[in-house]
Ligand binder design. Structure first.
Ligand SMILES: *Cc1c(COP(=O)(O)O)cnc(C)c1O
Length: 381
């Protein structure tokens, strides 16, 4: 919403709506499912497109004990918004960010022993003790130190008085695949490492591994803390929210546009750039002011559906930068100004981020980030 002159408030035609009550509800479901262990709410990527500061406030009020972001710059923004809980920097950091980590009391996740000494020296020079967590690679092949290298890194960290090893973490590469058996193996490898570290009597050191998939489909993965992301926003990691969570999560985001024009074209009319669709009958089209600049990506051309008057209208022709066409021949009395729901509920039907992800050969995570990042967000209770 943009405040214009006088009393007019000019609303964007495309709006992403975020339900605060759905966020709080999903937090409760995750808390229940993980048996009351502390929750680190993952709010990286601007809370998966839902707005980092706004979502963090809801989760903090719901009882979140920590927050997870990727980069220092996000952590600083979150701290400045008034969040007091620990803020984890999960993607690792470079020496140029040490000062910010100390100034804003952020919790870096170390991925190897590389920066341990220099971080410790900087902390010591500031007279501060920095809490760090260590990330071990349990088969993601992406980031973290190898299991066999972890004990040496742990020793290195605890040799510094200016560092406190507050946790050890890992990540499931296949938490959404309960059939494969990979997650049980990963969990047992991780627990084995934790056991070998027991003689060190690490104090106040939390072990954590579970993302949403871990919480909902890996028995015993709660450990000392859980790190849900996608489930806080209402979706399951397996792309079938009903399967994993018994349909108890509530999608928090919807994406709504408006009909700009309605027109009738005869059979044989080529539609949009490249004429990738040609009408086979007299067709009533609704023009929507939405396109790839709004995150409604070209891959959805000729594939997606939207809801108008509670009915499905297929996207026809190529999606362009700011305009899309939907076929409303089967829907009565569609007029300019009518609401078109691209994501979310209208009447008795609903289009989910999983469904849209299917059309664009992606996952709900990417759909939520795209729509959320590209559009004006409004919050609802
Ligand atoms: C993003 C992330 C999560 C959350 O994953 P979801 O599948 O969204 O629940 C948890 N842990 C780490 C390290 C992450 O990067």
């Amino acid at each position: 919403m943009v405040g214009g002159s006088g009393h007019t408030v000019i609303e964007s035609l495309n709006r992403v709506l975020v339900s605060r009550s759905a966020l709080a509800h999903n937090f409760r479901i995750c808390a229940e499912k993980s048996g009351g262990v502390p929750i680190m709410a993952m709010v990286k990527a601007d809370a998966y497109g839902h707005g980092m500061e706004e979502c963090a406030r809801v989760f903090a009020d719901s009882g979140a004990r920590a927050f997870g972001v990727a980069e220092v710059v996000e952590g600083v923004r979150l701290r400045q918004s008034g969040i007091r809980e620990p803020i984890f920097i999960l993607a690792g950091l470079l020496p140029e960010f040490f000062e910010a980590v100390i100034d804003y009391d952020l919790t870096p996740v170390l991925v190897d022993g590389e920066i341990v000494d220099s971080l410790a020296a900087t902390a010591s020079a500031h007279g501060k003790k920095v809490h760090v967590h260590l990330k071990v690679d349990t088969g993601m092949g992406r980031q973290g130190c190898r299991l066999d290298q972890a004990p040496a890194v742990v020793h290195k960290i605890i040799s510094h008085d200016s560092l406190h090893l507050a946790g050890i973490m890992a990540h499931f590469p296949m938490a959404d695949d309960p059939v494969h058996g990979n997650s049980d193996r990963v969990l047992s490898d991780f627990l084995h490492l934790v056991a070998t570290l027991r003689p060190l009597r690490l104090k106040d050191c939390r072990c954590h591994i579970a993302n949403s998939g871990g919480i909902f489909s890996v028995d015993g993965a709660e450990l000392d803390m859980v790190r849900p992301g996608i489930s806080l926003y209402g979706y399951g990691a397996d792309g079938m929210e009903a399967g994993m969570t018994n349909g108890r999560l509530r999608p928090a985001m919807s994406f709504v546009s408006r009909v700009l024009q309605v027109r009738e074209v005869p059979a044989g009319t080529g539609l949009g750039y490249g004429h990738i669709y040609t009408t086979t009958k007299t067709t009533r089209l609704a023009v929507l002011p939405v396109g790839y600049e709004d995150g409604y990506v070209r891959a959805l051309s000729n594939r997606a559906e939207v809801l108008v008057h509670g009915c499905r209208a297929p996207v026809v022709g190529r999606i362009s930068m700011n305009l899309s066409l939907v076929d409303v021949s089967e829907i009565q009395e569609v007029r300019p100004g009518d609401e078109a729901v691209l994501l979310g509920r209208q009447g008795n039907d609903r289009i989910s981020a999983d469904e849209i992800a299917g059309w664009m050969e992606s996952i709900s995570y990417e759909v939520l980030c795209l729509f959320g990042h590209c559009n004006t967000r409004e919050y609802r209770e």
